[in-house]
Design a protein around this ligand. Structure first.
Ligand SMILES: COc1cc(-c2ccc3ncc(-c4cccc([C@@H](O)NCCN(C)C)c4)n3n2)ccc1O
Length: 276
């Protein structure tokens, strides 16, 4: 069993405002007393006993921490420290001040393909790095892609929330039913053995969105999508080719993050190839 710092987290950090909350627990701004530096604290309530319905299994948080401790990349949130008390674990993480990429894009009049390519390139860099370490995120979605500083000329992408992540061991079979309906891969819906390929179904606006979750899941399994003119009339053919290579039902045929980074939309062979 992993042992985390048993100090009282409040002896070292002043606990500030809630930044957000969700399945993962609560994220609060915390100030390191020794340096005055601001961090994010992810506060997780642990199950008090085997029969307890509330709180997280300690084992699942240990798994998330072990994965985070193995990842050091500029496009993946950095874990600094872990504290534990009787019924709570606190993860001290780099503070990401720029909010969600989704909101940043929504606030802009429009996003050029060049800007989209820059964000996608950073997301792919982070995803490719974790996949090379046999780690799959399994909950990549716009809300889990944040920006370091939305006022910076070229904001850094930060991938957060590794609460569903898994590190594959050679030859093992891993299945999961978790994820967010609009963004999950068909193999998850079909409860088939998974791989890092399940992370490659990330999109801004789900092309499979139905009236209900059930309809959305049916659309994903049927790979039923179209490039609606209302959204794609100004999108280049190269960008559509990139998307089509991601939205492939057979995970063994789906383009990988590494292959995406050399796709002509992301890495044009020459200037004339852009925005075709
Ligand atoms: C370690 O795991 C997580 C970290 C974070 C995290 C890490 C650093 C950090 N700096 C600022 C924030 C932040 C600021 C406002 C809202 C949120 C969060 O509640 N919403 C983000 C997406 N959400 C759907 C997970 C998070 N975060 N959030 C969020 C969820 C996690 O499961």
């Amino acid at each position: 069993m992993a042992v985390f710092k048993l100090d009282n987290v409040e002896d070292l950090y002043a606990i500030g405002n809630v930044l957000g909350s969700g399945h993962f627990g609560q994220v609060r701004e915390v100030r390191e007393r020794a340096t005055g530096v601001l961090w994010a604290g992810k506060f997780l309530k642990l199950k008090k006993g085997a029969g307890s319905r509330l709180g997280l299994e300690r084992k699942s948080v240990e798994k998330e921490v072990e994965i985070l401790q193995s990842l050091q990349h500029q496009n993946i949130m950095a874990l600094k420290d872990v504290f534990e008390s009787r019924a709570e674990l606190v993860l001290i993480i780099e503070l990401i001040k720029g909010g969600e990429l989704f909101d940043f894009i929504a606030e802009k009049e429009n996003l050029t393909e060049t800007e989209a390519i820059e964000f996608m390139k950073q997301i792919l860099e982070g995803v490719s790095y974790m996949h090379q370490k046999y780690v799959a995120h399994f909950d990549l979605k716009p809300e889990n892609i944040m920006l370091s500083d939305k006022h910076a000329p070229n904001p850094d992408i930060k991938i957060i929330d590794f609460g569903m992540a898994h590190r594959f061991i050679q030859g093992e079979e891993y299945k999961s039913l978790g994820g967010t309906p609009q963004y999950i891969a068909p193999e998850i819906i079909n409860y088939e053995p998974l791989s890092t390929a399940a992370d490659m179904c990330l999109s801004g606006l789900s092309p499979f969105q139905g009236e209900t979750d059930e309809e959305t899941l049916r659309n994903i399994v049927a790979m039923n999508y179209e490039f609606e003119p209302h959204y794609f009339s100004q999108t280049s053919n190269m960008a559509k080719d990139f998307i089509q290579k991601l939205l492939v039902k057979d995970q063994s045929e789906r383009i990988t993050a590494e292959e995406c980074l050399v796709h002509p939309w992301i890495k044009p062979l020459n200037r004339t190839q852009i925005a075709k």
